[in-house]
Ligand binder design. Structure first.
Ligand code: FES
Length: 108
């Protein structure tokens, strides 16, 4: 039995404001991660599902970038308003949220 059934990695990489690649932290990724952690705990899922901050996931142009294992599903442009849908659809019902999946062949 695996320690966790699912892992949610949220990029919290920070770059200088003038860096043309931008970064997920400046797009609100810390709030996204905290909201995932809060809701998983409130729903009693935190012993089965882990939300972790990560370094750069090399999907900077799509940030806030999130990847969920198993299955390696990549989400982009994630905001705190998307967290509940990801939890209800993907985490609980195993249905990835199509509209947030990064539509780039590097991540499909
Ligand atoms: S800074 Fe978030 S994916 Fe690179």
């Amino acid at each position: 039995m695996p320690r966790f059934e699912k892992h949610i990695f949220i990029c919290e990489n920070k770059r200088p404001d003038e860096d043309p690649r931008g970064c997920c932290l400046n797009k609100g990724s810390a709030e996204v991660k905290e909201h995932f952690k809060k809701r998983l705990k409130e729903l009693g899922l935190n012993s089965k599902v882990r939300a972790n901050s990560s370094g750069c996931l090399d999907a900077c142009e799509f940030g806030v970038s999130v990847v969920i294992y198993p299955g390696q599903v990549w989400y982009g442009g994630v905001t705190i308003n998307d967290v509940e849908e990801i939890i209800q659809s993907h985490i609980i019902n195993n249905k990835p949220v199509e509209r947030l999946i990064i539509k780039d062949k590097r991540f499909l």
